[in-house]
Design a protein around this ligand. Structure first.
Ligand code: NI
Length: 141
């Protein structure tokens, strides 16, 4: 477990109209105080930066929706996953209906590698929709 660093207090000068909008926004999102909302915004940017840089270890999920009747599609997706087995920690496969499958892959590794794997899966012909959701290993936050 990460040790908590010392708590620092800062004062932020902000236009009152902008602050009103911020308060409305964070209220709608369920925050009960501004400090936690500020901290989450900062963490969000740090996580985004770690993905953009590409070298840091990151965690994410790849969501795919596809029709398993498309010729060779299931095999292609499976081959890709085996090629990158070190980066794919787990998969969930749900048969949505007679034709459509939903697959969620938990991926981990360097941001640039994970992005490439996600792009290869999502761009495979026959995948109807795909999305990479990026998050963090939590270390250093
Ligand atoms: Ni299925």
């Amino acid at each position: 477990m990460e040790s908590m660093s010392e708590l620092a207090r800062i004062g932020v000068a902000i236009d009152s109209d902008l602050l009103d909008k911020f308060d409305t926004l964070i209220g709608e999102r369920g925050y009960t105080n501004r400090s936690e909302a500020f901290r989450d915004l900062i963490r969000e940017e740090l996580v985004r930066k770690s993905w953009d840089e590409g070298e840091a270890d990151v965690v994410g999920t790849v969501t795919l929706v596809y029709d398993h009747h498309v010729r060779m599609l299931s095999e292609k997706l499976m081959d890709l996953q085996h090629d990158h087995h070190k980066n794919i920690l787990s998969t969930i496969h749900v048969h949505l209906d007679h034709d459509n499958c939903l697959e969620v892959l938990i991926v981990k590794g360097k941001g640039k590698d994970v992005k490439k794997i996600a792009e290869a899966l999502i761009s495979t012909k026959g995948v109807k929709h795909g999305r990479l959701t990026v998050t963090t290993t939590g270390a250093g936050l």
